[in-house]
Design a binder for this molecule. Structure first.
Ligand SMILES: [Zn+2]
Length: 135
């Protein structure tokens, strides 16, 4: 979605320009039409950024740590990326494994010192982080 957005946006920009131009010509103000076209484009782009921002607030990349201290993505250091997922360490020193779960969900597991993982939090596509019920 994010990767395709530039192409999508350019397409919309052209359509809006065209529409703006046609509207402007209809009322004999071609410049006005272009301004309407660009204005609508900026509104759509702003809306899209807002949606991304809201989604990030609603569903951050990483949930808060189990000590309830580390809440920001910046509190977590990315240790390693492996085929099973992303390894993180929070400021308290606890290690976690962030795994994909199904198509869009994610699972956040605590990495124990013996190398095993313990389910901690999970979320679905539009859901918030919730404690993993298999805890
Ligand atoms: Zn922590």
């Amino acid at each position: 979605m994010v990767g395709l957005f530039p192409i999508f946006a350019i397409g919309i920009l052209f359509i809006l320009f065209g529409l703006g131009y046609l509207v402007g010509r209809r009322y004999d103000h071609s410049l006005m039409g272009v301004i309407i076209g660009v204005g609508s484009f900026i509104l759509i782009l702003g809306g899209y950024v807002l949606v991304l921002f809201m989604e990030h607030c609603w569903q951050p990349m990483i949930p808060k740590c189990k000590n309830n201290k580390c809440r920001k993505d910046a509190d977590f250091e990315l240790l390693e990326i492996k085929s099973e997922g992303w390894y993180y360490q929070c400021r308290c020193g606890t290690k976690y494994l962030l795994k994909k779960r199904g198509q869009h969900g994610r699972q956040f597991m605590e990495l124990l010192s013996d190398g095993t993982t313990k389910p901690y939090m999970k979320h679905t596509r539009f859901g918030r982080w919730r404690p993993d019920s298999s805890l």
